[in-house]
Design a protein around this ligand. Sequence first.
Ligand code: GDP
Length: 297
Amino acid sequence: MAAFESLSSRLQSVFSKLKGKGKVTESDVNDAMREVRLALLEADVNFKVVKDFITKVKEQAIGLEVSKSFTPGMVVVDIVNKELTELMGGTQAKLAKANKPPTVIMMAGLQGAGKTTTTGKLAKLLQKDNHKPLLVACDIYRPAAIKQLQVLGDSIAAPVFSMGDQVSPVQIAEEGLRHAKENGNDYVIIDTAGRLHIDEALMEELKQIHAVVKPDEVLLVVDAMTGQDAVNVAKSFHELLELTGVVLTKLDGDTRGGAALSVKSVTGCPIKFAAMGEKIDSLEPFHPERMASRILG
Ligand code: GDP
């Protein structure tokens, strides 16, 4: 099963009925929207997001535009496409860039979300644009996290700054930033520690690192397969840390799409990247319009 597959096939079957119709009545639209609503709820999209979405689509679809069209079914699908795109942020949210390099990117997330892997993938993406990222190993608690980052760094020939696991992450971040300035790295990606759950100690540490390195980006890595849990994690982090973006991982295994379709509306925080696999080159900038087209097939 591929990304969004179950949601996608549900929606496609709803719209295949509409697309062929020469005339679309108000009750056709209502029937279709009832099915869309169910499909979105089953996909684990936040219920309020679903409600607003259906209202917006109906407002437009039951208007003049549709009844005047020669292909009214297609017009409804276009409206849905446009609103799905809006749900996911409308346009691509780009990575911030510091006025004066290095640009500092802080990665945050719960354990297992894919934070360390994504740190390596992001470095690879930046290298493709001829940047020289430095990876900084601040996850000193998870056994093997430092080693994992080093292996990832080696695999793409990106330098990794580490001070072992006996120095405070705040100090490692600070020294890492200095190291980047001295060595001409134009991006610094800081892999912070995760926890199994959000707790005060974690947030305090992240805030301290934030205060010291003053990041241009704070990216929260969440596992898309966890649906609304991912959205709730993002909401909590955003309240405590002011995120600048979300990275959705494991979209390759997410057939439902609930996190992708809810996280921007619920948190106000844009999705900047999507990871679709375990390989180092499986991270992509998140394009809302492409995702919407993918869902609608
Ligand atoms: P961390 O604890 O957040 O640093 O998580 P890791 O980076 O160690 O990732 C946890 C697991 O998720 C690893 O086995 C990764 O290979 C896997 N993983 C990360 N991103 C993706 C993804 O986009 N797709 C898939 N299928 N697996 C992923």
